[in-house]
Design a protein around this ligand. Sequence first.
Ligand code: PLP
Length: 406
Amino acid sequence: MISPASLPDAWGRFGPYGGKFAPEVLMPALEELESFYAQIKDDPAFKAELDGLLKDFVGRPSPLYFAERLTEYCGGAKIYLKREDLNHTGAHKINNAIGQVLIARRMGKKRIIAETGAGQHGVATATAAARFGMECVIYMGSVDMARQAPNVFRMRLLGATVVSVESGSKTLKDAINEAIRDWVTRIGDTHYVFGSALGPHPYPMIVRDFQKVIGEETERQMLEKEGRLPDHLVACVGGGSNAIGLFYNFLDKPSVKMVGVEAGGEGIASGRHAARFEGGVLGILQGARSYVLQTAQGQIAETHSVSAGLDYASIGPEHAYYRDAKRIEYTYATDDEALDGFHKLCRLEGIIPALESAHAVAHVLKLAPKLGKDQLMVVNLSGRGDKDMQTVMDAAPYMGQHGSAQ
Ligand SMILES: *Cc1c(COP(=O)(O)O)cnc(C)c1O
C-alpha cells in the first residue's frame, strides 16, 4: 500500500534513497531549515501569502487544456496539457522559487543564493528575490553561461549577481558545488534555494510540496471537465520536480498510471544521455542517495541532452523509491524524438514547448495511439520554448529559411 504522506521518514529517506549526506558545517543550516519548515508549512498566514502570490504574481491556476488536434493526430487517448508554460517566467520552477524565498524571508535571511544550469531556475529565483528586494547571487558554469546568454542577461536585469563557475565541467553540478561552498561561509544570513526535488533533506520534500499544486489543480480541473480522474499522467524528469509535482496528488489513487520520461540523448548505447534509470547505479551525489550516472572509476559521468534542464547525472530520490515500488514507470525519449515532439506540438496546437517538456510530448506520441478513445491523459507542459530557439535553430537550420519542416 502506497502512503505518500509518510515519506520522507524522519531522516529524509524515501526507503533506501534520499537522506542528508552533507558536510558537518552545513548540518546546522539544513536542520534550521527543516525545523522552520515544519513550523510554518501548515501556518494559515504563510499559506495565504503563498496562495496570493501564486494567483496574482505567478498566474495560477495554470489551465488544463484539451489538445484537440494532438488527440486527433494520435487517434487514441484524449490528451490534456497542464499549462505550466503559461506561468510567470515560463515554467513550473517559479512555484518553488517563490515558496522558498518566502520561507527565507520569514527565517530572517537577507541573501538568496542558487545554482542554475540552463538558467531557468536562476531566472525564477532572481525574479522571486527581486519581488522581495533581497540580495541574490546565482552560480552558473561558464559553459552554461555561454550557451544560455539571454538567461544570464535576464538574471542581471532582475538585479542578481551571476557568478561564473570555472571548475570541473563548468556546468550544473559544478555550479551546485560552488553554491554549497558559498552557503558554508554565509549560513547566518543566506538561504540556498535548491531548484529541483534533489539534494539533501529537507530539499526534496520542500520542493515537492511547493510543486504539488500542479497535481492538485489537475484533479480539480479534470473533475470539472470530465467528471472523473485522469487515467494516464506523463511528465519529463530532470531532477524530478515538475513530475513529482503532477504525480504526488495521484500516488494513492491506484487507477491513475504515471510515466516519467528521462533524456535519452543520442541513445543509451551511445553513452551520451541523461537516463539515470537506464545506465545509472546507486550512489550519492550532492547530498542524496539515488541513481547516479558514473564512470567505471566512480566519477560522475558526463551527461548529454538537447535540453539543458534534463541534463543532470542524478535523479530525485522520491522517483527512485516509486520506481522500485512499481508505482511510477520510467522511460526515455532521445534528442531526435524530443525535437519531433517539439515540432508536432508547434504545428498541431500552436504551442512552442520547452525542449524538456517536448520529451514528455514525445512519449505521448508513442503511448496515446495505443490507448482507447475513452482514456484520459494529462501531459505536464513544464515550460515554454522561447529559451530554446537557438538550440532548435541549430538542429533544424532550414526551417527559418523556408518556413516549413517539410
Ligand atoms: C528545469 C526544467 C525541467 C527539469 O526539472 P525538473 O525538476 O525535473 O522538473 C523541466 N522542464 C522545464 C521547462 C525546466 O525548466
